[in-house]
Design a protein around this ligand. Structure first.
Ligand code: ADP
Ligand code: MG
Length: 736
């Protein structure tokens, strides 16, 4: 009986399905109001975003009706106001041939209107909006007195399915279901401890609240429930993994690791040493390591990972390093072989004083790929570096002891599992992220992993100076940038120029991060403004080829649409100094390490997110020469998107920036970007705002799982976890 058609009737059910994709009772119950309107509160009209579906509460001030000039019929124009007395406090509603509107919407009437905001002759307008008079808005058939001070739920709605129609459907549904039969996923003791309403009551209070306190209490409950479900899922995962057998790889005396340490050209930072000790101990244990290593850009995570890999290789096992892009995989492969020097051997069967390192990517030629596959499967290769290709089913390892995932934000839980499944004993797992993540995000996204931090940069690292270059205020800089690049090249250094798009085919790289909602509310005039196309690799290369200041310099290009051979040729040419200036997309964002590069020019930098800009600029200043990053923008000073650039220019602390980033961006985007392959948004929780709820829930979840790992005494919580992790399977009614 979860089918809505039977509970609500075909017409309503069809609307819910067509406009909201809702087909099941549980989905509708879980479709919560976005906010609640109070009776006295009218919507601030000046803040309505153009070209957006809105629901607004307003009072009719004037109604006029006239015959249409060019057609038969009448136009009724209704002016409604939010009563705020500003220049923009009214909006015009236009109805064509609506006698009902002309009759019902008399001056003084307060109603909810729903439609898409347009602009007509400099005034905001809704055309043929749907509306409901206030006392009908809550969707119940309660009496007028009862309704007098009820908050009105405002659901995320569309022009075709206004909020109050959703409210009516929900009210009907609530009347049909036996909510008392639901079992509550929240353990009674926790509910009592935090004074949270039970599930049946909470559903009523969130949809049909009698008072503001009611919906607030219901919301707190559902937030906590969401946090607890997620944290329990993670805690259980963590507990389950820690019980699996793994391949213990204790450090061996006189092995490759010792030889490697002896020939390391620098001393490890304190952080690297400490993390190294933690990893060494965990690799030696007979349960799998599950660790997240967060490190500032340039903090030297690769060496830490390589040392862990060598410990496993010393014990006769294999290690896999998984990178998010081909460029990065190829670069890791090269740099690992370079760093290992004589300790890396190349396919010399029989030699036992070195490790064979192989590369495995999707873009390799058939022969290369077969050789790598064979080396991995036979166990000849001690270290296998690769991309997603490593996850494919035909990749086999002889004895995989450790999986290192670099730049985790592009890999999801499933992918981690796929790699782990490649070995009989569960391999140890080390996940590395270069973008520092605030604690509660880490808890939410990587809550099944232990965390280590590398905050410190190696000594002698030159600082990176970051400047915002506003071309609107300083047009002369459009030239000056390239003179500056020339100075760098003349001094023997190299330059990156990063563009948001590739250009030509019009199709984008697709690796731009989703940004904050721009422009944010408050400037109706700015909404819908066309932005000019962003700088593209193709156009910029053409421009720079003719740029006088760069005469005689060697330019290269790198972007995602090149094939692998072209990509590695471009990267090699830049790494070896054969090109002076590389015009690229964000493929250079992660991990790329060319110490001689000292200047990075990011064009239309306002198109990138904070984390991305911070990552990008970490590519310069790696070789002991000071680095410079120019964030070039054509936006006017004070534009909200420029605030991001100012933030990046003002701080080089990745953790500070990560926090800022989170404050500025839409939540789903942050989690979506980090959490591919899993449910990508939190429903009611906000990782920043609700940090305390998440922390509390984590503590509670760990306690629950410690006491009852199988959740035997919490069947409803266990079901809720299954539903949460696989939202397409509705277990709602089984819960009853
Ligand atoms: P990230 O943490 O951003 O991945 P990398 O591992 O790429 O950083 O390291 C950046 C650079 O710093 C590399 O060239 C590496 O060889 C160098 N490096 C790493 N550790 C140290 C150290 N302790 N002292 C000096 N240089 C180091
Ligand atoms: Mg790295």
């Amino acid at each position: 009986m979860t089918d809505l058609a039977r509970l609500l009737g075909g017409a309503s059910a069809k609307k819910l399905k067509d406009h909201l994709g809702i087909t099941l009772a549980g989905e509708l119950l879980d479709y919560f109001p976005r906010r609640y309107a109070e009776r006295g509160e009218l919507t601030r009209i000046a803040e309505l975003p153009i070209d957006t579906d809105v629901t607004l509460l307003a009072r009719v001030v004037k109604v006029t009706s006239r015959a249409m000039a060019t057609r038969k019929g009448r136009i009724t124009e209704v002016i409604v106001s939010d009563g705020l007395d500003g220049a923009l406090d009214t909006i015009s509603l236009t109805f064509f041939n609506s006698f009902a509107a002309a009759r019902q919407l008399t001056p003084g009437t307060v109603a909810m209107f729903s439609g898409r905001v347009g602009a007509y002759r400099g005034r905001l307008q809704l055309t043929n909006p749907d509306y409901v008079l206030l006392d009908e808005a809550s969707g119940t058939d309660a009496s007028a007195e009862e309704l007098a001070d009820r908050p009105i739920p405002v659901y995320p709605a569309t022009a075709k399915l206004p909020s109050w129609k959703i409210a009516q459907s929900v009210a009907t549904l609530l009347g049909q279901l036996d909510l008392e039969a639901l079992t509550d996923p929240l353990p009674a003791s926790l509910r009592a401890q935090y004074r949270l309403p039970g599930i049946a009551e909470a559903y009523r209070m969130i949809h049909i609240p009698a008072t503001a306190q009611e919906w607030a209490a219901a919301r707190r409950r559902f937030q906590y429930e969401e946090a607890l479900v997620l944290q329990t899922a993670l805690a259980r995962r963590k507990a389950q993994h820690s019980l699996l057998p793994s391949r213990p790889s204790p450090a061996r005396r006189g092995g490759l690791l010792e030889a490697f340490d002896a020939r390391l050209p620098f001393t490890l930072t304190d952080g690297q040493r400490q993390v190294g000790e933690t990893l060494a101990a965990e690799l030696a244990a007979d349960h799998p390591m599950n660790r997240l290593l967060q490190g500032e850009v340039g903090s030297g995570k690769t060496v830490v990972a390589l040392r862990a890999m060598l410990q496993v290789v010393d014990d006769g096992g294999q290690a896999a390093l998984l990178a998010p892009t081909e460029v990065l995989a190829a670069q890791h492969f090269e740099s690992i072989r370079r760093t290992l020097g004589p300790l890396a051997r190349e396919g010399l069967l029989g030699a036992d004083d070195g490790v064979e390192v192989v590369l495995l990517t999707g873009g390799q030629s058939g022969g290369e790929r077969r050789r790598s596959l064979l080396a991995a499967a036979s166990g000849e290769a001690g270290i296998v570096v690769g991309t997603h290709a490593l996850l494919s089913e035909n990749v086999q390892f002889a004895d995989l002891g450790l999986v290192v995932v670099d730049e985790q934000h592009r890999f999801g839980v499933e992918q981690r599992d796929a790699l782990r499944a490649k070995s009989l004993a569960t391999p140890h797992l080390l996940v590395m992220t270069a973008t520092p993540i605030p604690r509660t995000v880490a808890m939410t996204v990587f809550g099944d992993l232990e965390t280590s931090l590398l905050r410190e940069l190696p000594a002698g690292r030159a600082p990176i100076a970051t400047h915002v270059v506003g071309l609107l205020e300083n047009p002369s800089w459009a030239r000056r940038i390239w003179e500056r690049a020339r100075e760098e090249i003349d001094a023997g250094r190299q330059v990156y120029v990063v563009c948001p798009t590739i250009g030509e085919s019009g199709e984008d790289e697709g690796d731009l991060e989703p940004l904050d909602e721009a422009p944010p509310g408050g400037s109706a005039s700015g909404a819908g403004q066309e932005r000019r196309p962003a700088a593209s690799v193709t156009a910029v290369l053409a421009q720079l080829t003719g740029e006088h200041a760069l005469d005689g310099t060697r330019l290269g290009v790198l972007h995602g649409r090149l094939d692998s051979a072209e990509k590695s040729a471009a990267m090699d040419a830049f790494a070896s100094g054969a090109t002076d200036l590389l015009v690229a997309t964000t493929v250079v964002e992660v991990g790329v390490d060319v110490p001689n590069a000292t200047l990075m020019v990011i064009l239309d930098a306002d198109r990138f997110g904070i984390a991305q800009l911070h990552q990008l600029r970490g590519r310069v200043g790696r070789g002991g020469h000071p680095g410079t990053c120019l964030l070039v923008t054509s936006l006017e000073p004070g534009h909200p998107s420029r605030a991001r650039l100012d933030a990046v220019a003002a701080s080089t602390d990745g953790f500070v920036l990560a926090q800022k980033d989170l404050e500025n961006r839409r939540e789903g985007d942050i989690l979506g970007a980090t959490q591919s392959g899993r449910r990508s948004t939190l429903r009611l929780l906000r990782v920043l705002r609700d940090a305390d709820v998440i922390e509390r829930a984590r503590g509670d979840a760990l306690a629950i799982v410690a006491e009852d790992p199988g959740l035997e005494s919490h069947p409803a919580l266990r079901d809720a976890i299954d539903a949460y992790l696989e939202p397409e399977k509705e277990v709602f009614l089984e819960r009853g």
